[in-house]
Design a protein around this ligand. Structure first.
Ligand SMILES: NC(=O)c1ccc[n+]([C@@H]2O[C@H](COP(=O)([O-])OP(=O)(O)OC[C@H]3O[C@@H](n4cnc5c(N)ncnc54)[C@H](OP(=O)(O)O)[C@@H]3O)[C@@H](O)[C@H]2O)c1
Length: 265
């Protein structure tokens, strides 16, 4: 049985492109009233126009979610404009592909702010409403939260924080009927790989199209599954890591060395 989105109130952060845009449109097509937000108004307006064909009450906000002080009033606005909230999708995020030796504390804090503190603050502001409606919280984390991706220490830490937060939150909320979900995309073809201020991506793994994210997330809402990986085979890689993390890191170091020597010709 498919998860019934008809009339559900949903907020998707970071919906001006990529995974957030694909999820928001899919929710609207299935009858949900969807709030979308990000900094860039132009792409949000285009998406909202498409969503209005299915869901005329959907709304958009152009907002910088890394300005944490504004998030409580934003949450209140979302709640009253959408007429409540059943599903919060914390998707907005930035990459940081940069070797640890080139990181500064300011960059680490910037990544932590948008990838961790912002979804946490928004979640806390909306939690009473989500408890009241026995809602869902979908945190778009990353395989980077579970593996030790080379050249991504700041990013991996921010996503590991979000995943750890999600695990404990699900335990704390078990009696409330709120379901918490973690989504770990592998490599999905989005703007995230073309943003400035990031190292190049090693051409090791083929990227999936953004549409590949939609059905797994709908299925996850339906089944109540806590954590998923897209593509699924990343779950096996993570499973092989935990019995011996030292050996896993040795293997990753060897893999990076081999990739570099191939790149060097
Ligand atoms: N693509 C992948 O392979 C992959 C893998 C693992 C995890 N993820 C995660 O998936 C999520 C979506 O990323 P994506 O791949 O779809 O990349 P994307 O196309 O770059 O989308 C990122 C979204 O976040 C928004 N955003 C970034 N900073 C923001 C801010 N300060 N305030 C408000 N919105 C902000 C962006 O909108 P504006 O720029 O308009 O603000 C955009 O809508 C991220 O959390 C990312 O870490 C992606």
């Amino acid at each position: 049985m498919a998860f019934d989105l008809e009339g559900k109130r949903v907020l998707v952060t970071g919906a001006s492109s990529g995974i957030g845009a694909a999820l928001a449109e899919a929710f609207a097509e299935r009858g949900a009233i969807v709030g979308i937000c990000a900094r860039r108004a132009g792409p949000l307006e285009g998406l909202l126009a498409r969503m209005h064909q299915h869901s005329p009450e959907s709304r958009m906000w152009s907002i910088d979610l890394s300005v944490l002080e504004g998030l409580e009033s934003f949450a209140a606005d979302v709640r009253s404009s959408l007429g409540g909230l059943d599903i919060l999708v914390n998707n907005a995020g930035i990459p940081k592909r940069r070797q640890v030796t080139a990181l500064t504390p300011a960059v680490v804090e910037e990544v932590m702010t948008i990838n961790y503190f912002s979804p946490v603050r928004l979640t806390l502001a909306l939690l009473p409403e989500l408890i009241r409606r026995r809602g869902h919280i979908v945190n778009i984390s990353s395989v980077a939260a579970r593996l030790g991706p080379p050249g991504e220490a700041a990013y991996a830490a921010s996503k590991a924080a979000l995943t750890g937060w999600s695990e404990s939150m699900q335990v704390d909320l078990a009696e409330t009927g709120v379901r918490v979900h973690v989504v770990n995309p592998g490599i999905i073809d989005t703007e995230l790989f073309h943003l400035p201020d990031n190292d190049d991506v090693p051409p090791a793994i083929e990227a999936l199209p953004v549409e590949a994210m939609v059905q797994p997330v709908l299925d996850q809402l339906d089944s109540g599954t806590f954590e998923i990986y897209v593509p699924e085979w990343f779950a096996d890689v993570v499973g092989r890591k935990f019995p011996d993390t030292g050996a896993f890191l040795e293997g990753t170091i060897a893999w990076v060395k081999e990739s570099r020597s191939k790149e060097g010709g």
